[in-house]
Structure formats: structure tokens, C-alpha cells
Ligand binder design. Structure first.
Ligand code: NAD
Length: 354
């Protein structure tokens, strides 16, 4: 893993890991010197948010349960008004990337400290990146205020993640690690973290699917999510994330599912340029090449395999390819319009990558 020269930038984040650790939220609020937490969730997780607020005793100032996928700016505006009305002095986000995104959006404008309790594997809690949507356009911004200060990983909370979401959310996390292996600004530590993250999912995900209540296996997958989210926060992503961003932002495809389908195709494409850097993928998942290894793993765990299953129309493929290649960006394998057309067509049809 040695590199002759590199740079590392890591954020000061406090991470606590353990079954039942969510019950320590109040001590984390006190540790930050705060007294009025605003608890955030999506509507389906409102009950869990109420429990957190109850556990906080007098330290909860309010609850806002309207977090929405892709962080629409109008929901953020309403949450900001609520935070002001209850005089919140810190944020507690309980949920997946959507809830974490709302907390980040509020923190970006107020600099309130954030305590995040993740319930999916998306990994947003470990990054200073915020993606938000306005009038159907998704843009991202990176800023130190966006980075959550405290993360509490509690395996008991991911136990309720439905099986289908468990599969796609895990592949979403693995995509961060796979692209980190060839990131232009990778460093020996990010590569170690990425490999360990992929290994955690390879080992624990089949056990979670055998028994979704297996807390040890759930804990191992959450450990993988932390590692994969951490590399997402440290190094730049490339073609895979660009394609998913385009498909999610412009065609409203669901986030984790889109990552799950595109990943083997994007990795197969880039493996042509950087086979050595992607060799760990084949070592961990088996198979003849990295793209095929990920495709076979995704298939074995029951992942969706085709963009057409997610509702994308064949007629939309050329627009998607045009949008994804309009602005140049770094990728190990040159990104050309015909190549992306071909990649997207294969991902749309759902067969193994070329
Ligand atoms: P999500 O947060 O939208 O959750 C999906 C659904 O599952 C929601 O209804 C949620 O309430 C429910 N859910 C979550 N955890 C659950 C649990 N344990 N039990 C039962 N139900 C549960 O989905 P996601 O994939 O975690 O997040 C997607 C969003 O996160 C996207 O908007 C994406 O852009 C963003 N994201 C951002 C970053 C970043 O670094 N900025 C990284 C990854 C994802």
C-alpha cells in the first residue's frame, strides 16, 4: 500500500460504537455543553425519534420528522424555522442519509453541532459533503460546518432495516470503498480503510441476510459502513458516483438501489485502466475480475441488477449519458460519450458487465 508521496486530511470526529450506545446521546449533548437538542428523523422513523427525545429528558427542545430524500431546500427552510422557534443549540439526527442530510443542511447555515445516529449504511455521517435539491436539480457543497461532530453507531438500530434496503444500502457503502481504491488523492490509510470496509461487508452481509436479527453481524456491517463513509469523506470519487448522482438527481431514481445496480458496471469499466488498484476487490469477493466479482456478489445477495427495474426508460439512456459526460471530471479510464452509452445500456438491461 506504500505510496512515495501523499497527503492526508481527516476531520476531528468523535465516534462511539456499540449495541445500545444511542442511550448515551444525552451525555454527548452535555459533553458538547448544549442544553436544547432538536431531534430529526424521516416520517417513518418518527417513533424512534420520540424515543430519543424521551431519553434526552430535559435536553430535547423539539422534534422535526419531515426529513426527505435528496434534502429539498424547502424542507430545510421549514426545519431551520423550527430550530429557531425552539431555540435549538444542537442537532440529533437519527436515520439514514436523508435525515443526516437535513442535519447537515441546518448545520451549514447555523453551525450548530451535530450528533448523528445512523440507521443505514449510507455513510453520510462521516463526510463534510451536503447534497441538496432545488427545482429538481441536485448540487453538492463541501464545508467544515457540514461535518457532524459526533457519531454513535448502534447495531440495534440497523436491525430494523428491511432486507431489500439492507442489500442496496450495503452496496451503496461498498461503492465508496471501491472508488476510493483508485481515487486520485488516495493515500495508504484510505486504501487500508477501503479494503477493511469491503472485507467487513463481504464477511458479514451474507450472515445478516441469513438472520437479520444477528446483532453481531449487523454490528460488523455497521463497522463496514463507518469505514466506507470515512473514505468517502477523505478522497475524491469518480465515474460511479457521477453516474449515480446524475441518475438520482435528473431521473429521480432511488439512491441506494441505483448505486447497487451501477457499481459492477462502473468498476468493470475502470478495471480496464487500473486492474492492480482494483485487485483487492477480486481477492475479497472472488471471481475473474473486479466488475464480475461485484456483479456475482450483488446477485447472490438478491440485489436489483437492472436500471430498467428501477423505472428508468430506455429512451432516457442517451440523455443520462449526455448529462454524465457534459462536464469533464477525473476518472482513471477516459470517459467518452459512446463508452458511457454502452455502460448504461448494460446496466439498464441487467446482465453482467462487459
Ligand atoms: P434514507 O435515509 O432515505 O432512508 C430510506 C428509508 O428507510 C427512509 O424511509 C427511512 O426512514 C428508512 N429507514 C432508515 N433506516 C431505517 C431502519 N434502520 N429501519 C427501518 N427503516 C429505516 O436512505 P439512505 O440510502 O440512507 O440515504 C440516501 C440519501 O443520503 C440520499 O439523499 C443521498 O444523496 C444521501 N447521501 C449523502 C452522502 C453524503 O456524504 N453527503 C452519502 C451517502 C448518502
Amino acid at each position: 500500500l506504500f505510496q512515495a508521496s501523499f497527503e492526508v486530511q481527516s476531520a476531528a470526529v468523535r465516534v462511539r460504537f456499540g449495541e445500545g450506545i444511542r442511550r448515551q446521546i444525552s451525555s454527548e449533548v452535555e459533553r458538547l455543553g448544549r442544553k436544547r437538542a432538536l431531534v430529526l428523523s424521516t416520517p417513518p422513523q418518527a417513533d424512534a425519534a420520540m424515543e430519543v427525545a424521551a431519553d434526552l429528558n430535559g435536553l430535547a427542545a423539539g422534534i422535526f420528522t419531515k426529513a426527505t430524500m435528496h434534502t429539498p431546500v424547502d424542507v430545510t427552510a421549514e426545519a431551520l424555522e423550527h430550530a429557531g422557534a425552539v431555540e435549538a443549540d444542537c442537532l440529533v439526527a437519527l436515520g439514514g442519509g436523508s435525515t443526516v442530510g437535513l442535519g447537515k443542511a441546518i448545520a451549514y447555515q447555523t453551525d450548530l453541532p451535530q450528533i448523528v445516529v445512523p440507521t443505514t449504511y449510507a455513510g453520510s455521517e462521516a463526510t463534510a459533503i451536503l447534497g441538496q435539491t432545488q427545482n429538481g436539480v441536485k448540487t453538492t457543497v463541501t464545508d467544515p460546518r457540514i461535518q457532524p461532530e459526533v457519531i454513535l453507531y448502534d447495531a440495534e438500530l440497523v436491525r430494523t432495516l428491511p432486507v431489500a434496503m439492507t442489500v442496496t444500502s450495503a452496496l451503496n457503502a461498498m461503492a465508496h470503498a471501491a472508488e476510493a481504491l483508485y481515487a486520485q488523492n488516495r493515500n495508504p490509510m484510505s486504501t487500508m480503510i477501503a479494503i477493511e470496509g469491503l472485507k467487513a461487508f463481504a464477511a458479514a452481509l451474507p450472515r445478516v441476510l441469513d438472520n437479520p436479527d444477528d446483532l453481531t453481524a449487523r454490528g460488523e456491517t455497521l463497522y463496514g459502513a463507518w469505514l466506507c463513509g470515512t473514505v468517502l469523506g477523505q478522497v475524491g470519487m469518480a465515474l460511479h458516483h457521477k453516474l449515480c448522482h446524475t441518475l438520482g438527481g435528473s431521473f429521480d431514481l432511488p439512491h441506494a438501489e441505483t448505486h447497487a445496480v451501477v457499481l459492477p458496471h462502473a468498476i468493470a469499466f475502470n478495471a480496464r485502466a487500473v486492474p492492480d488498484l482494483l485487485a483487492p476487490v477480486t481477492e475479497i469477493f472472488g471471481g475473474s475480475n473486479p466488475g464480475r466479482a461485484l456483479f456475482d456478489f450483488a446477485k447472490s445477495i438478491g440485489s436489483p441488477l437492472a436500471l430498467r427495474e428501477l423505472g428508468l426508460k430506455q429512451d432516457d439512456l442517451s440523455t443520462a449519458a449526455e448529462l454524465a459526460t457534459r462536464k469533464p471530471y477525473w476518472n482513471p479510464q477516459p470517459v467518452t460519450r459512446p463508452a458511457i452509452n454502452e455502460l448504461l445500456l448494460a446496466a439498464w438491461a441487467g446482465g453482467p458487465p462487459a
